[in-house]
Design a protein around this ligand. Structure first.
Ligand SMILES: [Zn+2]
Ligand SMILES: [Zn+2]
Length: 486
């Protein structure tokens, strides 16, 4: 049997001590280099160090089971002090933009370290930025060499570069938001926690129009500062106005597309900020990369960080254009716009807003014109849609013009041209079976009436139309032309 060497110093966990901090304290007190070295000795895979801040309860229990003979304490006893951290429902929420609030990396309070205090579990929470004891900002990289902190034993005193943490003067302490102070004491309501996380992610890229949710926060210098500013941004209308102002400057290149396009990053915020008057200069806001998934960089045509700024989903693209989201697919099919990533699923496709600036029409040189908008009835009556007309106008297949500049939501066109185009569209659509719901919209009749018309032989059901009830295109077209007196 393998002889187990007992661990000499075996303290109990302190109040609010994190399990990772406790394990590191055990390692340090017993002369190990750090967690890796310690784990190697007790039989936990050294690679487990990487995720130590985000272990499952099973993983921690397994670690304590291996540690148990060295400590002469049962795994249950060792685990009991930390069990409560695994039963907090708010730590993980699938629908939140940051799903798991536990950080991937160590973060410390330099003052607690200088005073020899244990590691507080709240330092490892993504929505915290300050130490609950000292009201000072938490540190994620060494102030001496700026290297990211890791679970080495020096973490307990300073850094391997020789840097030692010291207690700072009281003036170094920043104002901590009331909301964060509330978060130290108790679980925040779901919606408050959700909005803090959303602000953290948005503020990490203050000029971007699109943000993705993430499973957990990875390491980046300045993260605590970002969290701190997120709390302030939620509460301080002055800061919100500055953000809006700086967005307007940075994204000025989109101003031809309208306010909506420029202000997408602060959409929602514009409603709570006090007013619209902004300074003529702005302080550039820091941009982080930690929430930009590597897959997004790899899968899309990105040459610089600036390209990321203008990426939007189809729904935002449609809202900037002032047209229904469903029309975007017609613009893609018509090769007028192209997603920047390679997926065919519209929901996951991203577009570059700047591409809209290339979509222009010449002026319409006629005085007699009609206006077509996405909800024009003539489109439905001819089995077509606004997106198809928009695509043909942009491609000069038909002579039409936007109402002005980039007003994509209204097209002016001569009545004769429109009529020809609509007839062609109807003819094309009727080369295929026509879904019953569309046929009803063309005729303007009920389901019952449609069945009567078919039984009377006005037109037929389509032979093979898949799962959807459809009418035969040929006979339907004949009926329409006959009944409208073509
Ligand atoms: Zn502290
Ligand atoms: Zn250092």
């Amino acid at each position: 049997m393998v002889q187990v060497r007992k661990i000499g110093v075996r303290p109990y966990p302190e109040e609010n001590e994190s399990y990772a901090g406790y394990l590191l304290r055990l390692a340090k007190l017993n002369g190990f280099e750090g967690l890796k070295d310690f784990f190697g000795t007790i039989g936990v895979k050294p690679t487990m160090v990487k995720s130590v801040g985000r272990w499952s309860s099973d993983q921690l229990f397994d670690c304590f089971t291996k540690l148990s003979p060295y400590m002469n304490r049962s795994p249950e006893t060792l685990f009991s002090g930390f069990a409560k951290y695994f039963s907090m429902p708010w730590v993980y929420r699938e629908k939140r933009i940051i799903q798991d609030l536990r950080l991937n990396h160590p973060r410390i309070c330099p003052e607690c370290i200088a005073e020899g205090r244990s590691f507080d579990w709240r330092w490892g929470m993504a929505h915290m930025s300050h130490c609950p004891h000292h009201y000072c900002q938490l540190v994620e990289s060494c102030p001496g060499c700026e290297k990211p902190l890791d679970w080495k034993r020096e973490l307990i005193t300073g850094c391997s570069c020789g840097y030692k943490h010291q207690t700072s003067k009281p003036e170094n302490h920043t104002e901590v938001s009331e909301l964060e102070q509330k978060a130290w004491q108790s679980d925040l309501p779901t919606d408050e926690l959700d909005s803090i996380c959303e602000m953290i992610v948005k503020l990490s890229r203050p000029y971007d129009s699109f943000h993705q949710s993430c499973n957990a926060v990875s390491q980046e210098h300045g993260y605590s500062e970002l969290v701190h500013r997120s709390y302030l941004m939620l509460e301080n209308t002055g800061m919100q106005e500055e953000w809006i102002g700086s967005v307007e400057m940075v994204r000025d290149g989109l101003s031809d597309l309208g306010n909506k396009a420029v202000r997408l990053p602060v959409d929602g915020l514009s409603r709570i900020a006090r007013n619209d008057s902004h300074a003529s200069t702005y302080a550039p806001m820091p941009e982080y990369t930690l929430f930009v998934k590597p897959s997004r960089r790899n899968n899309t045509v990105i040459k610089s960080d600036e390209d990321i700024r203008y990426q939007v989903r189809a729904s935002d693209l449609a809202s900037v254009m002032g047209i229904p989201s469903a029309e975007i697919q017609h613009l893609i099919d018509g090769k007028v716009i192209k997603p920047v990533n390679s997926t065919n699923v519209l929901r996951d496709q991203l577009f570059d807003l700047r591409a809209l600036l290339r979509l222009r029409t010449g002026p319409l040189n006629i005085s007699d014109h009609v206006s077509v908008s996405p909800d024009s009835k003539a489109l439905t009556k001819h089995l077509t849609s606004y997106g198809r007309l928009l695509a043909d106008v942009i491609k000069n297949k038909i002579d039409g013009a936007f109402f002005e500049g980039y007003s994509f939501a209204e097209i002016r066109i001569s009545p004769a041209d429109l009529s020809n185009w609509l007839t062609k569209e109807l003819n094309t659509a009727c080369q295929e079976p026509v879904p019953a719901y569309k046929a009803k919209a063309v005729i303007g009749c009920s389901d019952q009436r449609l069945h009567v018309l078919v039984s009377e032989g006005a037109f037929y059901w389509a032979r093979c139309s898949g799962s959807m009830e459809s009418v035969d295109g040929d006979s339907f077209l004949r009926y329409i032309k006959y009944s409208s007196g073509y």
